[in-house]
Design a protein around this ligand. Structure first.
Ligand code: SF4
Length: 108
């Protein structure tokens, strides 16, 4: 696939995610994983999903389309965020995201 097509597909998927979140998809923003074990458990849940279950990923990871909490956490500062691609590089997610979105797998 050409780079341009890939970019277009990513944009389409980003739009689709934005619409799901805007449409009020109830995602599990809590509890925020407070230990490596809890973090790993969420990853296990994500791995158990069928690969094309986009809503499932968003729900389990607890996506929001805005910064979260008092500290205004967001993808932009997360170690998994790829600035130039506007992409979440966590293998269990591997999704296009916006810099001011967030999910509970956020890490710095
Ligand atoms: S792990 Fe979550 S907060 Fe971090 S870049 Fe991915 S979607 Fe954003």
């Amino acid at each position: 696939m050409g780079e341009r097509n890939k970019g277009r597909d990513a944009e389409r998927l980003r739009q689709q995610i934005a619409e799901l979140l805007k449409g009020g998809l109830k995602t599990r923003t809590e509890p925020f994983p407070s230990s490596a074990q809890e973090f790993a458990r969420i990853l296990d849940e994500l791995r158990a999903l069928p690969p094309d279950d986009l809503e499932g990923k968003l729900v389990i990871a607890g996506f929001t389309d805005h910064p979260y909490g008092e500290e205004e956490m967001r993808c932009q500062e997360c170690i998994y965020y790829l600035v130039h691609r506007r992409w979440c590089d966590l293998p269990e997610l591997d999704l296009p995201v916006e810099p001011d979105w967030w999910c509970r797998l956020w890490k710095i």
